[in-house]
Write a protein that binds this ligand. Structure first.
Ligand code: GLP
Length: 254
């Protein structure tokens, strides 16, 4: 189903059992098309299964990853490099270590830089040296955020440091079983909307019935900074991959 008649983006709905496989397959196709790809990854419940599946496929199918570069979309600040709540720790465990990526293939935000804005500039410079992102995966938050770009962040924002709001911190407390909200980071570094929109291709991933309403609003409603993911409607090469539950609202909009 193409929602925007003049857009060249692809829209795919799969049963939830096939979601991780399809998502991983999108990354594999990119690596087969261009082995020296720069691939941006998002961490979260949506992508955990995809990352494990991708690691398995790369190993089983003997996909050459020796020239690939990877980066992660966002990272909480103030945590030691090996802290389990860091996106990079999870990506290393699920994907980077099983496929034996070398440190020089990984672009990431350090956990405890002295200057978060300088860290963001360094992150952007590292990506620019690699020629920019070929394929960027993004998830979507319940309020329409992508990465740590919350409602209201201007579309022209590049990679930057942000304050985490109460909702995001509560979600982190729950996901990573912090004993107290006081222990949860208050700041993060994130790719901005502009950085995401500069990727040659973007894949929006969503699964679960709790995402159905916001997916529909993001893809069929007005494009507005109040719903950051809505900007993806303007991306010339967008792929949307949903499981049948997350796509439920789209069927209603036909
Ligand atoms: C989080 C992260 C995003 C992630 C999104 C969806 O807050 N900052 O990078 O893609 O929200 O997360 P989940 O997949 O767990 O629903």
């Amino acid at each position: 189903m193409n929602i925007m008649t003049d857009a060249v983006w692809k829209f795919k709905v799969v049963p939830k059992e096939r979601f991780d496989d399809e998502a991983a397959r999108l990354a594999i196709r990119q690596l087969q098309r261009k082995p020296a790809s720069v691939v941006g990854l998002a961490t979260g419940d949506t992508t955990n299964g995809m990352h494990r599946t991708l690691a398995e496929k790369i190993v089983q199918e003997k996909i050459d990853v020796s020239c690939v570069s990877v980066c992660n979309l966002d990272e909480a600040a103030g945590l030691p490099d090996d802290h389990p709540a860091r996106g990079i720790s999870r990506l290393k465990r699920m994907l980077y270590d099983p496929i034996a990526l070398k440190p020089e293939q990984i672009v990431c935000f350090r956990g405890q830089p002295d200057d978060l804005e300088a860290e963001c500039r360094a992150f952007e410079a590292a990506l620019a040296r690699r020629g920019g992102i070929d394929l960027q995966f993004v998830g979507i938050g319940l309020n329409g955020h992508i990465a740590f770009c919350e409602p209201g962040m201007p579309f022209h924002a590049g990679c930057c440091a942000v304050e985490l709001n109460a909702g995001q911190r509560e979600e982190m407390r729950r996901k990573f079983q912090y004993a107290s909200l006081d222990d949860v980071p208050t700041r993060a570094m994130t790719m901005g909307i502009k950085s995401i929109m500069h990727a040659s291709r973007v894949v929006l991933l969503a699964k679960g019935s709790h995402k159905a309403g916001i997916v529909r609003a993001a893809l069929t409603g007005p494009v507005t900074p109040e719903l950051p993911a809505s900007v993806l409607q303007l991306h010339p090469r967008l792929t949307v991959l949903l499981d049948d539950e997350a796509a439920a609202g789209m069927a209603e909009s036909k």
